[in-house]
Design a protein around this ligand. Structure first.
Ligand code: SF4
Length: 384
């Protein structure tokens, strides 16, 4: 069995104003306590995966590069000691441009990390402080250059559109700048106002200068046409890369392949079930220091055994996020079922709305379907 491993590092120097990810701005003394707990979880869970070959690792957050080189080494050594990492393993680390230097990047390279994903969001200098980022545009560009100098050729840059006061030209200049630096992958996300964030309060008070709907739409259109015209294929709704540079780890999520999540709030999918670890940092740490007094084997908050209908629906709508869509034969083999019989009504309705198209081997989203993906995904859910 091939397995992906996700490792969650829930620390950030400062919370971005739009972010609702599980990450905290705690005292850095807690970092090593957390990594000790994380390594205990990694060790404890390894038994049932002794037969698995790990071909992707994704260290995400939060801001993994806030950790010292020693702590990053500790995580990577722990994974290598407890899991069978493939010779061709893809190891990605998420990095905030304000938290890397030459030495840290060189250490990561030496430890086998071969892909780096920078959360830049925009190269428009005036917008960065307004969204709570800790780095300047120049620092973001410098971080990419340092990573390249350290030997990273597989570099992603995350960009956002729909930011307050952002223009279409801002987005185009950010895309041009990233491509001009030779990055191999771009993730382009629209801003969502998430409940409980500072942006949500500002929005409620009418103090967030979000772009007009047509401007936001123009930004979306720019991304989906401008990038492919420059060799960056849209291989998933928000992800673009030249052929061969797609993120193999993220493809696992969309291709219904097993992955193990380690750390606070980390999600796993294996043996037909989805698991989610606790989002309570103290509980997570206490659990592995033996002071939590819990009877469970791991600090899991959610276990969901997927019934057949849900499993089929998930397979379908996750695959539909990708440009290739659902591979019919794979679906039929996986579930000993016929995709067209199973979703006859849904397929007919979505084709009529021109949201999906059927090719010889696949069913996939049309360009319109990519824009209104949530309508399509909802249609596959068992209760719709
Ligand atoms: S750096 Fe990333 S995880 Fe941390 S607050 Fe900002 S967006 Fe959220």
């Amino acid at each position: 069995m091939k397995l992906g491993i996700y490792v969650h590092i829930p620390f950030c120097r400062q919370k971005c104003l739009y972010c609702d990810f599980p990450s905290f701005t705690t005292d850095s003394q807690l970092y090593s306590t957390y990594i000790t707990a994380l390594c205990r979880e990694a060790t404890g869970r390894s038994g049932i995966f002794s037969h698995a070959v790990v071909d992707t690792v994704f260290i995400g957050g939060g801001t993994p590069t806030l950790l010292s080189q020693d702590l990053l080494n500790q995580i990577l050594s722990c994974l290598r000691e407890n899991y069978r990492l493939s010779d061709e393993v893809e190891i990605t680390i998420e990095a905030n441009p304000g938290t890397v230097d030459r030495a840290k990047l060189q250490t990561l390279q030496a430890q086998g990390v071969n892909r780096i994903s920078f959360g830049v969001q925009t190269f428009a200098e005036r917008l960065l402080p307004q969204i709570g980022r800790i780095h300047s545009a120049a620092e973001a560009a410098r971080a990419v250059e340092l990573a390249q100098a350290a030997g990273f050729d597989n570099i992603n840059v995350d960009l956002m559109y729909g930011l307050p006061e952002q223009t279409v030209q801002d987005l185009q200049e950010s895309i041009d700048r990233a491509i001009g630096m030779g990055v191999r992958h771009l993730s382009v996300y629209g801003l969502k106002i998430e409940e409980g964030t500072p942006f949500a309060s500002l929005h409620e008070q009418g103090r967030l200068a979000l772009p007009e709907e047509e401007i936001e739409e123009a930004m979306y259109e720019l991304a989906v046409h401008y990038l492919p015209a420059r060799g960056f294929r849209r291989y998933e709704i928000s992800n673009y890369a030249p052929a061969g540079w797609e993120c193999r780890h993220n493809l696992k999520y969309w291709h219904y392949q097993p992955y193990l999540g380690l750390g606070l709030a980390a999600h796993s999918f294996f043996d037909g079930q989805r698991l989610a670890n606790t989002v309570d940092l103290q509980r997570y740490i206490d659990f592995f220091s033996g002071t939590g007094g819990e009877k469970q084997e791991f600090p899991v908050a959610v276990v969901e055994k997927l019934d057949r209908e849900t499993a089929m629906a998930e397979f379908a709508f996750l695959a539909l996020r990708t440009s290739n869509g659902v591979h019919i034969l794979e679906f039929n083999t996986c579930f000993a079922a016929d995709f067209f019989s199973q979703y006859n009504k849904v397929i007919t309705a979505l084709r009529r709305q021109e949201l999906i198209e059927v090719t010889e081997k696949n069913v996939r989203l049309t360009e319109l379907g990519m824009k209104y993906g949530n309508v399509v995904f909802g249609a596959f859910l068992p209760d719709t």
